[in-house]
Write a protein that binds this ligand. Structure first.
Ligand SMILES: Cc1ncc(COP(=O)(O)O)c(C=O)c1O
Length: 489
């Protein structure tokens, strides 16, 4: 390491740096103390509390010309913002698909702010960290060395990047110059009825439109019917259309079904389709020696989109796109203007620049949060956290099955349990189940979310949280029963 070029005592003045650095150090220490308590004590708080309108309406009141200082800003944050999080740190948060974060994430986030790196490109230690994280990911999925990747805000953005690479690889015209044109209008992509909406969103953004997405029916376990996939491809070819990609899902958002990725890879090979896997959370089953076979075939994908912020609990936000053929990835996004020209040495050296791999030029240092988590915990503990979720789902499913008042409405093969409260004669079943979920959340007991299965509203518990226990599952079921009893009084 080089010694500092200037003596540290050099007096400087910036309108945005503190006059009193020692005072600031104390404020930061106090804030860090409070944040450690905040993470440690989650279990003792309600899962969720709604921010009162009176608080929300006053958030801008302290913004003045003179500024209130870091101490006052922190006090306000502590009083008016800290208590009103999403709830996902709490062991009984089970809504949507949320990671819980880790205490170590505090350290990484602090260092991220101090380093304040812009990861669009350049020859920086930060860029080397992101490349190292991508390398770890590449090895996790047994992807070849020539593959490439980029960290993203989440799986939605990773899907856009992956399908842009697919478009690039499959177009036999100059798609960069001409756009989709008449040929592109004939492209079709296949995915299951249970696939996440981000696939359709990506297809809309890439100019294909929703109609280019063929939804293939699923079996009774929620997995894409491969016969149906074959039939849809055949029908489209007969109609003069051009199948170009298939998206398999490792962990569907509603029930956690994993498509038969080997069978889909075989079809993709035979039909010359780009094979993309949406593994938003399920891809990381790969870390568990006990569960990894469930995603067999993922290593054959042309691209994978998944999240570090879900089942690996990296602090929001952090997803990843991994692309087997770097050339397709780069071709989809390359093209730097003059002022971003790379050089052989100095700060403008280094390759790749991440702006060559996605639409964003300015990007934060998400990689640091991933790197820190991997170093801190190691892969065994991360696998254990994933396996724990699956075990708790089995326990919750058993509890639900034992209650005559409740009906489980889908297999609970992974980490998601969907069930509903059975209605009494004349009761509106959907309204009842919506109300039960809202009451669980409002009372701070637990925070499942809802979805619809076969058109009916159901209670959906997605177990991700590494702090949760079997007892939390029991508290949740007991809470449901108590609320139903009260509602029916
Ligand atoms: C299967 C699946 N795909 C994609 C997404 C979207 O991921 P993100 O919210 O990180 O964009 C989700 C989110 O829950 C998901 O479960």
């Amino acid at each position: 390491m080089h010694p500092p070029l200037h003596p540290p005592a050099l007096k400087t003045r910036s309108p945005l740096d503190p006059d009193d650095w020692e005072g600031f150090r104390e404020q930061l220490r106090a804030a860090a103390d409070r944040l450690v308590d905040h993470v440690r004590d989650q279990r003792h708080w309600p899962v969720w509390q709604e921010m009162p309108d009176a608080v929300a309406d006053r958030l801008l009141d302290p913004v003045t010309e003179a500024g209130a200082g870091a101490g006052r800003a922190w006090e306000l944050l502590e009083d008016t913002i800290l208590p009103y999080g999403v709830g996902n740190l709490h062991p009984r948060f089970m809504g949507w698909v949320h990671g819980a974060g880790t205490p170590g994430g505090l350290m990484a986030a602090l260092a991220e702010a101090a380093i304040n790196a812009n990861l669009g490109g350049r020859n920086t230690g930060a860029a080397r960290v992101e490349r190292a994280v991508i390398d770890w990911t590449r090895r996790l999925f047994d992807f070849p060395e020539r593959s490439s990747g980029i960290l993203t805000s989440g799986t939605s953005m990773a899907t856009v990047i992956a399908l842009a690479s697919a478009r690039q690889a499959q177009a036999d015209w100059d798609v960069e110059a001409e756009g989709l044109g008449a040929e592109g209008a004939r492209f079709r992509l296949y995915t299951s009825e249970a696939a996440h909406s981000c696939v359709e969103t990506a297809m809309r953004l890439l100019g294909f439109g929703k109609r280019a997405v063929r939804r293939v029916p699923t079996d009774d376990r929620g997995r894409m019917l491969t016969d149906g996939l074959h039939a849809a491809i055949r029908a489209d070819r007969d109609a003069g259309l051009r199948p170009f990609a298939v998206v398999g899902t490792a962990g569907t958002v509603d029930i956690g079904a994993v498509d038969d990725l080997q069978a889909i890879a075989d079809i993709a090979d035979a039909e010359n389709l780009w094979f993309h896997v949406d593994g938003a959370f399920g891809a990381l089953l790969r870390l568990s020696p006990r569960l990894r076979e469930r995603v067999d075939g993922i290593e054959r994908a042309d691209s994978i989109a998944f999240d570090f912020h879900k089942w690996l609990h990296v602090t929001y936000d952090c997803g990843c796109a991994l692309i087997r053929e770097e050339s397709a990835h780069r071709a989809a996004f390359h093209g730097r203007p003059r002022y971003l020209e790379g050089q052989a040495e100095g700060l403008a050296a280094g390759d790749p620049w991440f702006c060559d791999y996605g639409p964003e030029l300015s990007r934060g240092f998400r990689a640091l949060r991933v790197w820190f988590l991997l170093v801190e915990h190691g892969t065994d503990a991360l696998a254990e956290a994933i396996e724990g979720s699956v075990e708790r789902a089995a326990h919750l499913a058993e509890r639900v099955d034992a209650e005559p008042l409740l009906e489980r409405v889908a297999p609970a093969a992974l980490n998601i349990v969907c069930f509903r409260v059975l209605p009494l004669e004349g009761e509106d079943a959907d309204a009842l189940n919506v109300k039960v979920v809202a009451e669980l959340q409002r009372r701070g007991i637990a925070a499942p979310s809802t979805t619809r299965i076969a058109g009916r509203v159901v209670i959906r518990c997605c177990l991700m949280n590494h702090r949760a226990t079997r007892a939390d599952m029991d508290v949740t079921v007991d809470g449901v029963l108590r609320i139903v009893e009260e509602l029916r009084r």
